[in-house]
Ligand binder design. Sequence first.
Ligand code: ZN
Length: 153
Amino acid sequence: MAILTAIDAHHVADAHAFARMQQAHLMRSGHYVATPKPEAQPSTAEINHSRWVFRCAGCNSSTYLFSRVPAAFCLGCGRQYRINWPSQADQQAGEAILLLRNFADMRNWQPATETVDALRAQNVAHGDPVPIVPVAPVPPGLGGTPSIIGTEG
Ligand SMILES: [Zn+2]
């Protein structure tokens, strides 16, 4: 199970195939622009009902995203946006937390206004599990693997 992306929605293999798919869709719908100019305000990738999407400020449509894609077209109106993503570490942590929620419509995240800690707190508040946070490795010289020899006096 994973948070869905354009790969799942549109059966594209990579970011280039995603861009070609978007172009073809925009040509069919009459929204194709030969020399697109990104909107001044970027959009932020968000998770809506277990799907990575971005919202168009122009027409309010949501469009699936290919993970980490830097720019995307709104399939509703053809506007192009630069896409802000949470850091890769935050993306992985946020997805892991949301995937512990039972229902897809409960997996929502707006990284522009919600931290990973906020998502974790929501899971706790709703009785959903939270991922086990791995213990950070001990830096060399500050401990490490306990020695069996000489520990029992
Ligand atoms: Zn739009």
